[in-house]
Design a protein around this ligand. Sequence first.
Ligand code: PBG
Length: 323
Amino acid sequence: MELNKRYRRLRSNSIVRNMVAETSLTTDNFIVPLFIIEGTNKKEEISSMPGYFRFSLDLLKTEIKELKRLGLNSVLLFVKVPDSLKDNEGKEALNPQGLMQRAVRFIKDIDPEMIVMTDVALDPYSSYGHDGIVSGQEIVNDATVEVLAAISLTHGQAGADFVAPSDMMDGRVKAIRAKLDGAGFTKTGILSYSAKYASSFYGPFRDALDSAPGFGDKKTYQMDFRNSTEALKETLLDIEEGADIVMVKPAGAYLDIIRRVKESVQVPVAAYQVSGEYAMIKAAAANGWLDEKSAMIESLTAIRRAGADIIVSYFAKDFAKLV
Ligand code: PBG
């Protein structure tokens, strides 16, 4: 055949393929989520997230050292709060000696260079399992925002590098920025869950933290998955309010959103490959239905290709071990 273009030439071997690859993925791109529990010497596997664990603080030390050794230098902390400490206002979330605040100090003590990010939301602390204060059937916005700002300050005071509000209340980034700045914490950054969808892919995470909503769902605050322009509206507003990094969540089923956001903003874009995305690959691999490593790399690379500068993923360690 006479062909003046033969595109297969650029796929002929791995050296050429690597030379022309448009997307790269390194350990620098990752944030590692960590689940933390009270107690000592505890490392519990999360049943719906095989190979992923909740750690008590003492055991976190080895984990942090291992992450460092693997080239993973930033973590996003989530805590599992005992039922006895849950209420409607999330009072425990403000406790300077609470598990989150202790965890931040503990990690910063072990490794001051580790970038520590904290989840800011009421659901792990809420007797209703909602991300806001509940009144009747309603999740109240403004009162919740005040609490979120106060929580963020305690995280900043504990030494967090970034706070990560994951609640989707209106105006919380602005309130958090003002609260931090007002107390002199101008160096504490905000990674905002800007376009967070009401998603069934969070199921395993809610098992991990025992944080499933007690009534209803999260659709009055998290976004409707039929919408895309709304993601831009939310993200641009968060940037205006002071977000340093914006995030799309989930990732795999929202690659179009990641791309649209990336093309519309000048701040770094993160994407969260959530618990359900992890669980699906793990479950299929456990059944021998697909190859875990290649499915993992493909899913992560697709998120990068879509435009994510940063990926939060439960596969971060597995990825780092491969490279
Ligand atoms: C709650 C929160 C959730 C996740 C992160 N923060 C769950 C939810 O919104 O119900 C999900 C993360 C995951 O599924 O991996 N503030």
